[in-house]
Design a protein around this ligand. Structure first.
Ligand code: SF4
Ligand code: MG
Length: 338
């Protein structure tokens, strides 16, 4: 497919009293039409800031999109340079966003039908009646039975899973070309998570909407994504197809992520606990590889020079010195890779 989104050297900083936090440090990736790209990494890695910057939802100040950053949408809109009124058009008409907690984005004082049809009426010339009819159709599409009655309900009358379905219906109201889903299932319990993922995958296949899926949950990634980028300390450390990342990962941080996939018997909040240490301070990022302090394979060069991406194949690359042709051979940890 043709690209729907081309992010090039995106850098985003936050101006704080203590200095500048470099939250996103030169991120590049492409999402093609009809494709699901997952962005994975620990909290604080810059994945949510990246997603929210694509929607221009990060308030500026304190955030700043640095000079040289480009977010090209649909081959013609330079998101990085848009003003708020241009962005409102894009957000309502071309991009949709699904957040972790639907309660923060649904209006508690309006029925779900009113909210969804408002989204429709804002951008399409249809009557109120037609808007409500379409709202009910969308609720049916997202798997809510009795849509005719549901449209008259308020968010607090619905369960968490139902609210997330409403949120998805709302995000689909404008037939977006790109959906951004930031931890769409994290707040839900396990059975409901699986249902919502099935729903998203169904809708994606039916509508061929492109999706950027932000998650720390590699189980969700495996269910839905075509391509994956792994972020660490504001940078992309590995990019590849789903198979590349799961079966031939080439960055020790990706190995750590894969090893820390929560098991059924473990505490679900124990996110990525098996990678010891913490990410670096992004007020003053390290000179060399940002993962060096936590990496069991770190070499002298790692602490001195930040590795560029080494290409593994056309779709697959990793920013790690172990992929240099002169690097020593290391064994992947047990249980990782093919
Ligand atoms: Fe580890 Fe060095 Fe690779 Fe960084 S570049 S991940 S420190 S081996
Ligand atoms: Mg987040």
């Amino acid at each position: 497919g043709k690209p729907i989104l081309e992010v090039n050297n995106l850098r985003v900083s936050f101006k704080m009293y203590a200095g500048e936090v470099q939250a996103v440090r030169g991120v590049s990736f492409t999402v093609n039409k009809g494709e699901v790209l997952a962005i994975v990494g620990e909290s604080g890695c810059g994945k949510s800031v990246t997603a929210q910057t694509i929607m221009r939802l990060v308030p500026s100040p304190p955030s700043m999109i640095k000079e040289g950053s480009s977010i090209l949408f649909d081959g013609k809109h330079e998101i990085a340079k848009m003003n708020e009124s241009q962005m409102q058009h894009i957000r309502g008409q071309e991009m949709g966003m699904i957040f972790q907690d639907p309660m923060t984005s649904l209006n508690p004082t309006k029925t779900v039908g009113a909210q969804i049809s408002e989204g429709i009426l804002k951008h399409q010339k249809v009557s109120k009646v037609e808007g409500l009819k379409r709202a009910a159709e969308l609720l049916t599409l997202v798997g809510m039975s009795n849509a005719q009655e549901r449209i008259h309900q308020y968010p607090h009358e619905l369960s968490g899973g139902m609210r997330q379905r409403v949120m998805i219906a709302l995000s689909l109201a404008c037939n977006p070309k790109l959906l951004i889903a930031d931890e769409p299932t994290t707040a839900l319990d396990v059975t409901i998570q699986a249902q919502i993922i099935d729903l998203l995958r169904d809708i994606q296949e039916k509508t061929e909407t492109s999706i950027i899926l932000i998650t720390h949950d590699l189980g969700v990634v495996a269910e839905m994504a075509h391509k994956v980028i792994v972020m660490y300390a504001g940078k992309v450390v590995e990019r590849g197809t789903l198979d590349d990342i799961f079966y031939n990962p080439r960055h020790p941080y990706t190995w750590g992520l894969l090893r820390s996939v929560p098991r059924l018997d473990s505490d679900k909040n124990n996110e990525l606990a098996s990678i010891p240490g913490t990410p670096p301070d992004l007020y003053s990022p390290p000179v060399g590889c940002a993962f060096a302090a936590r990496c069991p394979y770190a070499m002298k060069v790692c602490k001195e020079i930040d590795p560029e991406h080494f290409e593994v194949s056309a779709d697959h690359s990793a920013a790690c010195w172990l992929n240099h042709p002169d690097a020593p051979e290391v064994e992947m940890p047990v249980g990782i890779g093919r």
